[in-house]
Design a protein around this ligand. Structure first.
Ligand SMILES: C[S@@+](CC[C@H](N)C(=O)[O-])C[C@H]1O[C@@H](n2cnc3c(N)ncnc32)[C@H](O)[C@@H]1O
Length: 380
């Protein structure tokens, strides 16, 4: 297993990323500044005077394209640094805006999808992140009168791409690590859905109020899921627009290494805070996932649905044979190291007193008949 991970921070522009050698990143998880959303105008204008000029002339489509040309330089680096078979997950929302009296939707997701296709990545089915919202006003445009009302945008995108064909896991360590990194069947059923509606968009507590306001951080659950879905323990995750370090924390908490770029060095203390908090957070995440699985097992046994395999590490029933070696990894310690952090990891062991649980009353009994009665231990 991976017992150490490295977390490199670069408070610099991600348009070059010279520090990262070619084909060394397993997964990119990121959320860029959103073109044509007003809060990012200053950020984009600083990178190219043509953007400031287009905005001041209220030439929306020109500004939109110039902002994306800036992001394109980062996508060049993403494609260069990604390993063959590696994934990229990009959280982005479209923008709506009135300029020169004209209301328009600026389709950021479509522009980024095309940019990555043009750079050779393969587009995969995307996820619509339908934020849990409490927005009081759903009207845009002419209200109840036809034909000038606009639908409210209540979703963002998680665009998914792969570099080339399927990732190859060689026999031996790589395959074993992949097996350890399996997720629970019931997690798979929820997470591999094209609509995520169970993650709130509410920004996280990040300390300083001013910094928090301009961070546009995504919730930890978002990179956490993507990392568990598209990488194995010990992999390296890149976030070129890392903001407050949410991706770094998700990588650290799940036993992956990370590389972060961020132009705004005011966020540096937030990385320190996140790193410090990760050991206890990681244990909590493991405990919650394990407890949720135990609940799933109990509910499934009550309904007498089959659950015929046994996880070898925790001795709990699992639905798929692929879950037999599933091992949750926790972060034990994080220390400053070079330009970032070094984290140590170990296998999660449930603290609860385990009770013997007889699964012979389920359908598992039938499949186990040949090899004798099956017993499992789960926490009370
Ligand atoms: C949408 S925010 C990312 C928030 C992040 N996902 C989080 O959870 O905190 C985009 C970030 O990209 C940063 N940024 C913008 N242009 C950049 C560039 N060229 N290189 C590196 N970072 C950049 C911004 O300062 C901002 O913090």
């Amino acid at each position: 297993m991976t017992d150490e991970t490295q977390h490199h921070l670069h408070f610099s522009c991600a348009t070059t990323m010279d520090e990262i050698p070619d084909s060394t990143i397993d997964l990119v998880v990121t959320s860029p500044p959103y073109p044509m959303i007003a809060m990012w105008d200053e950020c984009f204008s600083g990178s190219d005077p043509a953007i400031a000029q287009a905005l001041s002339q209220e030439n929306g489509m020109e500004a939109f394209e110039a902002m994306h040309r800036h992001l394109d330089k980062v996508w060049d680096g993403v494609v260069r640094t990604l390993k063959p078979g590696g994934f990229t997950a990009i959280n982005i929302g479209d923008a709506t805006r009135s300029l020169a009296g004209e209301f328009a939707c600026y389709p950021n997701h479509a522009r980024i999808t095309m940019a990555l296709i043009q750079r050779g990545l393969t587009p995969l089915p995307e996820i619509l992140w339908r934020k849990v919202s409490t927005a009081p006003n759903k009207f845009m445009g002419s209200g109840t009168l036809p034909a000038g009302a606009y639908v409210t945008q209540e979703h963002e995108y998680i665009l998914l791409f792969r570099k080339g064909g399927k990732r190859v896991f060689k026999p031996g360590m790589a395959k074993e690590t992949r097996s350890r990194s399996a997720i629970f069947w019931e997690e798979r059923n929820r997470w591999y859905s094209d609509i995520w509606s169970d993650i709130s968009g509410i920004r996280q507590e990040t300390g300083d109020a001013h910094v928090r306001q301009r961070s546009a951080a995504y919730p930890l659950e978002l990179p956490l899921r993507l990392i568990l879905m598209y990488s194995a323990q010990g992999d390296t995750i890149l976030d070129p627009f890392s903001g407050t370090g949410t991706t770094m924390q998700a990588a650290m908490a799940t036993g992956r290494s990370s590389v972060s770029y961020e132009t705004d060095s005011a966020f540096a203390p937030l990385f320190d805070e996140r790193a410090k908090a990760t050991p206890s957070l990681s244990k909590k995440l493991c405990r919650n996932r394990f407890k949720a699985h135990l609940k799933f097992v109990r509910d499934r046994l009550k309904t007498r649905k089959p659950i015929k395999h046994m996880n070898r590490v925790y001795h709990v029933p699992v639905v798929m044979a692929q879950e037999k070696a599933l091992t949750l990894t926790q972060t034990n310690q994080v220390i400053p190291s070079g330009s970032g952090f070094l984290a140590t990891h170990g296998d999660y062991t449930p603290r609860e007193k385990l009770e013997t649980f007889d699964i012979s009353a389920t359908h598992a009994e039938e499949s186990q008949k040949k090899s004798g009665p099956a017993k499992s231990q789960i926490a009370p």
